[in-house]
Design a protein around this ligand. Structure first.
Ligand code: NDP
Ligand code: BG6
Length: 513
């Protein structure tokens, strides 16, 4: 059970979600929680953060006494902020009749303060407004930095000096990107730590808040059937696949500075890999879990250029519709070499995983949107049914798939006899399809992560040594790609990506799932 006793984080085999507030009545009466969304006028705040806060309020997970402040340079009144965010609030979890009332109640708790990001004075003005609402009670303050990374440090400095809580906790959620390489990430960490202690910094990777990613550890460590198979003895390869069926439209400026390896692989996919491959933690405590993640990351070899394929999407016409190339975006230089696709083979040098290829594939503007973990098992030794599979024994191996999105599912491909006379074998899925088993809407990753940050649960946030270990794996490769000006393989918008990814997999006897 977590230190604050939140039932969501306790191990429970109850079917269904808790619906009552996790905060005890005494705590509610004595303290307040103020959440300040810095960059409140932006895309992420509107699309994800305010809706997630509303969903938490709606479900009864926010403490009794909370307020939300938007902070940005745009000149808005409280009413204008409410008007702006009301457009993206939905009663998506349960369309009960009182939804409109709940929205009104939530919006009444939302306020706005306009200020510069580098002005301690403006944050001190925010502090005065916060104090008015907190009315002398113990105040806990959460700042969500939903702003471009170049102003993270300014905001942390001014917020910590001008608007920290005087008698409760102050925590800061930082959004990625956490630097561009080991050096810049190290500098960012150092600068943040001038004003905050490590345990006040909540580095968010929203993939860790996704339901199926959360379930990965539960599956591994609470079932007898998986853990004994979870090693080089039985697993042939593991694949982490991210694909989106849209390009970087509207975000080209940001994306061109980072590319797909920094945008997806170094964080989202590597985090999932660490959870997948880590040893059993001593307990469910955040530090125990993060210690194991760091250990496995540090057992990995930095990526080699020969184990990586990069691609970039080009324009394509399909069904009478034209799709623009990455470099057609006016905010992207015409000669940009930034990869919008990458595939890579990684290896873990430890007793459990020695020699097992961990393949990653991430791409924009591909034929489909999906995020999956695929585990391909070894061949059955001396398989009695070998001849029923023809020449392709790979087709007969078991495959375990965790479909993170869309249409969340966990399934195991097994070989099975087709009913009837004779002996015909077939591949079937033992399928846990979430929408059939759990018809209730799955909470958004941001809901889980915001709630955890409010509660001080750090399990799903990235510790600075984890971040260092992650950058150490990717920095040499990123430098080499840039220094050697490696030209990405072009692939048509809406295709399956560059063919080079198949050759890379074939080099390790792998076929992408
Ligand atoms: P925006 O570009 O929309 O910026 C947020 C706000 O910051 C803007 O409304 C603006 O507010 C202010 N701002 C923008 N540019 C500057 C600038 N150059 N200097 C000072 N202030 C600026 O960002 P997003 O909302 O898209 O993202 C916020 C953070 O979250 C970023 O770090 C991003 O990388 C990360 N992120 C975003 C995702 C998304 O889906 N959008 C997904 C994952 C991470 P004002 O002018 O009113 O001050
Ligand atoms: C963000 C990336 O971190 O994750 C985006 O910056 C990407 O490029 C997004 O589109 C994907 O998140 P999700 O939750 O929609 O899969």
């Amino acid at each position: 059970k977590s230190s604050n006793g939140h039932p969501l984080n306790a191990v429970s085999l109850q079917d269904g979600l808790e619906t009552s507030s996790p905060f005890s009545e005494t705590e509610n009466a004595e303290s307040t929680v103020s959440i300040t969304v810095v960059g409140a006028s932006g895309d992420l705040a509107r699309k994800k953060i305010f809706p997630a806060l509303f969903a938490l309020f709606y479900e009864g997970f926010l403490p009794e006494d909370f307020i939300v402040f938007g902070y940005a340079r745009s000149k808005l009144t409280d009413e204008e902020l409410r008007d702006m965010i009301s457009k993206t609030l939905t009663c998506r979890i349960d369309r009960r009749e009182n939804c409109e009332d709940k929205m009104d109640q939530f919006l009444k708790r939302c306020f706005y303060h306009s200020g510069q990001y580098n002005s301690e004075e403006h944050f001190a003005e925010l502090d005065i407004k916060l104090k008015e609402k907190e009315a002398g009670r113990k105040s806990n303050r959460l700042f969500y930095l939903s702003i471009p990374p170049n102003i993270f440090v300014d905001v942390v400095k001014c917020a910590s000096l001008g608007a920290s809580s005087a008698n409760g906790w102050t925590r800061v959620i930082v959004e990625k990107p956490f630097g561009r390489d080991s050096e810049s990430s190290g500098e960012l960490t150092k600068s943040l730590k001038q004003y905050l202690k490590e345990d006040q910094i909540f580095r968010i990777d929203h993939y860790l808040g996704k339901e199926l990613v959360e379930n990965l550890s539960v599956l591994r460590f609470s079932n007898l059937v998986f853990e004994p198979l979870w090693s080089r003895n039985y697993i042939r390869n593991v694949q982490f696949i991210f694909s989106e069926d849209f390009g970087t439209e509207g975000r080209g400026g940001y994306f061109d500075h980072y590319g797909i390896i920094r945008d997806i692989m170094q964080n989202h996919l590597l985090q999932i890999l660490a959870l997948f491959a880590m040893e059993t933690p001593v307990s469910l405590d955040a530090e125990d879990i993060r210690n194991e993640k760091v250990k496995v990351l540090r057992s990995m070899k930095p990526l080699l250029l020969e184990d990586v394929v990069v691609g970039q999407y080009k324009g394509h016409s399909k069904g009478g519709k034209s799709y623009l190339a990455y470099t057609d975006d006016p905010t992207v230089p015409k000669d940009s070499l930034t990869p919008t696709f990458a595939a890579a083979a990684l290896f873990i040098n430890n007793a459990r995983w020695d020699g097992v290829p961990f393949l990653m594939k991430a791409g924009k503007a591909l034929h489909t949107r999906r995020a999956e973990i695929r585990v391909q098992f070894r061949h059955v030794p001396g398989n009695l049914y070998k001849r029923n599979f023809g020449t392709d024994l790979d087709k007969a191996t078991n495959e375990f798939v965790l479909r993170v999105q869309p249409d969340e599912a966990i399934y195991l491909k097994v070989n099975n006899k087709v009913p009837g006379l004779g002996m015909r074998l077939d591949r079937s899925d033992l399928n846990l399809l979430y929408r059939s088993k759990y018809p209730r809407e799955i909470p958004d990753a941001y809901e889980r992560l915001l709630l955890d940050a409010i509660e001080g649960e750090r399990r799903l946030f990235i510790r600075s040594d984890e971040l260092d270990a992650a950058w150490s794996l990717f920095t040499p490769l990123l430098k080499e790609l840039e220094e050697k000006k490696i030209v990405p393989e072009l692939y048509p918008y809406g295709s399956r990506g560059p063919v080079g990814a198949h050759y890379l997999a074939a080099k390790y006897n792998v076929r992408w799932g």
